[in-house]
Design a protein around this ligand. Structure first.
Ligand code: PMP
Ligand code: GLN
Length: 382
């Protein structure tokens, strides 16, 4: 995590956002919205601060938020979670993931991860002292091969870490794959950590949570967050839902990472989780239109695009127009058309970079004006 000079290396997202700012380019690199979320959620946070909700909240999160998380899981996934024992509020999904891995990974244990993967996964496996076992999800559909999954999960596997909808590819894991993952976890007595932060940003079909699959209860930890659903990435309110013994193990670690966090944001997120269904559908519809506009622009200059089923992201492949090195392509796009994207090789282990070399990730989770402007600029790429 440190460079050769002993200085902490910035994440790929911080690096690309700094580049966008420095070059005055449009930032389709780091996935965060450039528009505010729902007014009633923002107002609830302001109100909470005025009302004096500014001291340590309870360790598991305020009861109102835990109940809202439980109600939301019931409403959208048909799942029953006890708000007192099966819900834990965390400092973003990031802490939910950190505490879960630290709780269940002992030194030398395997952690199976689908590659490419969100950048913090490899770092967290390292911090927990585990061994990262990547299972490739290759172009063009970015789905893991069931036989490769079967081969990767063994009795050495402590955790299978999955993410659906997926960052960086936008892929949604099919039901059969989720069921297979549960079966493999049962067979090898592994815990599943399922990162579902993009659960509401699905474009063509309903999200299926790992918790909906037979056999998952007692073995799966579902992770989600307010960041993407309510466009509040800076609030860092996340949560897990899991069986009581799993929640307690994660809480035991979490209490020494941050203890608690985000007191005035917790009631505000509870307001958000209770918004009518039209809000959630509306957010996905907005993003879907932006996905389509950006896809058309990239395709018009010869990239092939994966048309993701969910998330903030799409993958563009430069190979059809002879662009085989995504790092070079990313630099050219900044220099020549003023648009920042991220090479997918930033989301792989170094040994597998070549398999993903020609691919770039772009986020379409920006205002309609930003996505349109970036699309027009990309169309001029020659
Ligand atoms: N998981 C994935 C897949 C993400 O893309 C992100 C980043 N936004 C996170 C976790 C972190 O979420 P949070 O901001 O709630 O910590
Ligand atoms: N999740 C965001 C992305 O993938 C970035 C989060 C971060 O900067 N750590 O772009």
């Amino acid at each position: 995590l440190l460079g050769a000079d002993g200085v902490a290396r910035p994440t790929i997202f911080a690096e690309m956002s700094a580049l966008a700012a420095e070059r005055d380019a449009l930032n389709l690199g780091q996935g965060f919205p450039d528009e505010d979320g729902p007014a009633e959620v923002l107002e609830a946070a302001r109100q909470a601060i005025s009302d004096g909700v500014n001291q340590y909240p309870p360790g598991r999160g305020i009861p109102v938020l835990r109940q809202a998380i439980s109600d939301h899981q019931k409403r959208f996934r048909g799942l029953d979670w006890d708000a007192d024992r099966e819900v834990l509020v965390t400092a973003g999904a990031t802490e939910a993931l950190s505490a879960s891995l630290l709780a269940f990974v002992d030194r030398g244990d395997d952690v199976v991860v689908i590659e490419p993967f969100y950048d913090s996964y490899a770092a967290l496996v390292g911090l927990a002292g585990g061994r990262l076992v990547p299972v490739p999800a290759r172009a063009p559909d970015f789905l893991p091969d069931p036989d490769e999954l079967r081969a990767a999960v063994t009795d050495r596997t402590a955790v299978i870490l999955i993410n659906t909808p997926h960052n960086p590819t936008g892929t949604i894991l099919p039901d059969a794959t989720l069921q297979l993952i549960v079966e493999l976890a049962e067979k090898h007595d592994a815990v599943i950590v399922s990162d579902e932060v993009y659960e509401h940003l699905v474009f063509e079909r309903r999200h299926r949570s790992i918790g909906e699959f037979p056999g998952a209860r007692g073995r799966a930890i579902t992770v989600s967050s307010a960041a993407k659903t309510f466009s509040v990435t800076g609030w860092k309110i996340g949560w897990i839902t899991a069986a009581p013994e799993l929640v307690d193990a994660v809480l035991a670690v979490k209490q020494f990472l941050t203890y608690v966090g985000g007191a005035p944001f917790q009631p505000a997120v509870a307001v958000g989780l209770g918004l009518p269904e039209a809000y959630f559908r509306g957010e996905a519809e907005k993003l879907r239109a932006r996905r389509d506009e950006l896809t058309a622009a990239l395709e018009s200059v010869g990239f092939s695009v994966n048309r993701p089923g969910g998330s903030y992201f799409l993958v563009a492949d430069g190979a059809p127009i002879g662009l085989h090195d995504g790092v070079v392509t990313a630099r050219r796009l900044v220099d020549e058309v003023g648009v920042v994207g991220i090479p997918i090789s930033a989301f792989t282990v170094p040994e597998h970079r070549a398999d993903f070399a020609s691919l770039l990730r772009f986020t379409f989770a920006k205002s309609a004006a930003t996505v349109s402007a970036a699309s027009r600029q990309l169309e001029s790429f020659r």
